[in-house]
Design a protein around this ligand. Sequence first.
Ligand code: F6R
Length: 244
Amino acid sequence: KFPTAAVAARYVAKEIDKLVRARNAAGKPTVLGLATGSTPVGLYRELIRMHKEEGLDLSRVVTFNLDEYYPMPKESQHSYFRWMHETLFGHVNIKWENIHIPDGTLKPEEVDAACAEYEEKIKSFGGIDIQILGIGRTGHIAFNEPGSPQNSRTRLVTLDSITRRDAADGFFGEKNVPHHALTMGVSSILEARRIFLMAFGEHKAGIVYKALEQAPTEVISASFLQDHKDATIVLDEAAAAELT
Ligand code: F6R
């Protein structure tokens, strides 16, 4: 628990910084799993600052994003592809070919094979070293909405109505929010060696309590993190308010 989201973001950025510098020194890649949304913005800002001011070299970093709306053109102002480039990738030296984001432009008949390929790609880089997560008000991690099994993998999902409502502001209204998304599964996420789930603000306090202090359940996919051997829940005071 940190006094503010900014201090919390600096803590996670520092953990990434340490790993990337150690891997760089050994001439090895660092594989990061990345999230979009409001939660990781401070973290990405801090990584950009470290890159620009402290010489953090991200040229060996390989990234896999958790999810993308479907269908979604890459150039759309609503795409996670565009958001990631504007918020992080356009400001650091991560190589274009090392960036992976589920592809919202796939034809329906291509989706299953592409999802399997995404999983294979992660494996081909030796798995994810550090996975960054936010948590939705439905308790989702990535877009694993209530009912997502613990053994779920990258796939096409239907978004919960609460999630679509929460996204409405960015889409000029709920009716414009896509009904579907491509998402890494619970199992794909739990295979990461180290996980940081970040949650800030009082609107996250209720779901943080349920995810951490109630028994793991498919109804709240974040609750499965309780079984992970190296998951850190990074909160500000407000998000931690309901924890006992
Ligand atoms: C985004 C993602 C989602 C968000 C969650 C919280 O890539 O996977 O699970 O992390 O919906 O969103 P914010 O941070 O906007 O509250």
